[in-house]
Design a protein around this ligand. Structure first.
Ligand code: GLY
Length: 425
């Protein structure tokens, strides 16, 4: 099967790795230094939908798998469907669940899906937004409604911070048009987790629940990043809790989207807060998470190409999907300075030794003129260990990550600790 994977991060390398376990010929647009070892990288940007469609038609690809949210929100699934090109990813209308937090929150409110209380404001209702923040008090969360590369949610511990966040988002437009609307949301206390469901619009299957580590610093300190590591299964989502997530969140969400004519064929990402009052939705995303993809895909015990084709063709109900009983843990190696400014172009060594112990997924990497892998992004690599227990997966991931060096490499040393602590309870 000839498959195009759209995107260039660790998630897309992990998708490629999973698809490469089957009899596939892979292309990546645009890919990275790691995906080049699995197939052919083509120099087409992930958001250039006409060029992607032309490539798929010219190369007679059997399936396109879309990694990132921007092309999904921009309508790649609709454009491909109109051109009769098979694509795994939700339509633009369904992707609005990530593309507009204002839409997602209103959708949850009308469907009775548990989430934090909220109000939506625009620049025209700026004064009302300030008044609402003052009435509610802190802690409180200010979120740019549109896509803001994971940076648009500001958790404010004081009223002053919240008013400043409103000003930066609605007035100064720090997040551009993504901040034309804001969601002001009650702060939720609890532990976060990520649950992923592959769906063909009717049926769905859940992957192993995962936990991301969003802050740059150990013990969840410092600014938010795209994610500094993940593990699965996350014990905070036990079987009983997962059942509640399915019944109270995933099923009403999929039914609601379908009944509103928003066709969802892809991966639904439920960002959860596990509160004392049960699981509540922090956010929905219309795609796999990153780095979570780097742990949930290696735990899939099914032919990934078959699975993704079944999602695309609406045949998921006829496919048996098993999950491995193992655990997986991914630690991200990042460039010093990330998520702020950082330097690129440093040579990476130790990749071969690391690959003997673990899966090494490339994110921000490229080849230099000599064909050597060099750093080319904030998150450079994700190193995934797999084992019968979380401890075993963790030991493998860190043993492998310790083999890799590049100038200014940073990693969190506490990935998975929350899971280990919880298992002792
Ligand atoms: N790991 C967070 C995200 O993919 O959005």
């Amino acid at each position: 099967m000839r498959i195009l994977v759209v995107g260039s991060g660790g998630r897309e390398h992990a998708l490629g790795w999973a698809l490469a376990q089957s009899d596939t010929a892979l292309c990546f647009a645009p890919g990275n230094a790691g995906t080049a070892a699995l197939g052919r990288n083509v120099a087409i940007g992930a958001t250039d939908i006409p060029a992607l469609a032309a490539f798929v038609r010219q190369e007679s690809m059997d399936l396109t798998v879309v990694g990132p949210e921007i092309p999904l929100v921009a309508g790649i699934a609709d454009a491909f469907a109109a051109a009769r090109l098979p694509v795994m990813g939700p339509t633009a209308a369904a992707s609005e669940i990530e593309g507009s937090k204002a839409f997602a929150k209103s959708f949850m409110a009308r469907r009775g899906i548990p989430t934090a209380d909220f109000r939506v404001f625009t620049a025209d209702t700026y004064d009302a937004a300030r008044q609402y923040v003052q009435d509610q008090g802190a802690p409180i969360v200010i979120k740019a409604s549109g896509l803001a590369a994971g940076k648009g949610a500001i958790v404010c511990t004081t009223e002053e911070e919240a008013l400043a966040a409103l000003e930066r988002t609605l007035q100064a437009r720090d997040f551009g048009d993504a901040g034309a609307e804001v969601v002001v949301e009650a702060y939720m206390e609890g532990e976060e987790a990520s649950v992923f469901a592959f769906t063909d619009g009717d049926d769905y299957v859940c992957l192993s629940p995962a936990q991301d580590h969003k802050r740059i610093g150990e013990h969840d300190t410092g600014p938010n990043t795209g994610g500094m590591g993940a593990y699965a299964p996350a014990p905070v989502v036990d079987a009983a809790l997962l059942q509640r997530v399915r019944a109270d969140i995933i099923e009403p969400t999929l039914e609601g989207l379908a009944s509103e004519g928003r066709l969802y064929r892809g991966c639904l990402y439920v960002g959860l807060m596990v509160t004392g009052d049960g699981p509540k939705v922090v956010e929905f995303n219309c795609r796999l998470g990153d780095p979570e993809a780097q742990v949930v895909l290696p735990l899939l015990d099914v032919d990934a190409a078959e699975l993704m084709l079944a999602v695309t063709d609406g045949r998921l109900g006829r496919l048996r999907v098993d999950l491995a009983s193992d655990a997986a843990l991914c630690v991200v190696l990042a460039s010093r300075g990330y998520p702020g400014p950082y330097t690129r172009g440093y040579a990476i060594s130790g990749l071969e030794a690391a690959s003997e112990e673990a899966l090494v997924f490339h994110a921000g990497t490229a080849h230099n003129d000599k064909g050597e892998a060099v750093t080319a992004g904030g998150r450079v690599l994700g190193v995934t260990g797999r084992g019968p227990t979380l401890e075993a997966a963790l030991a493998k991931a860190y043993a492998a990550a310790n083999c890799i060096t590049f100038e200014g490499a940073v990693m969190r040393r506490d990935i998975g600790q929350k899971g280990l602590e919880r298992m002792k309870l």
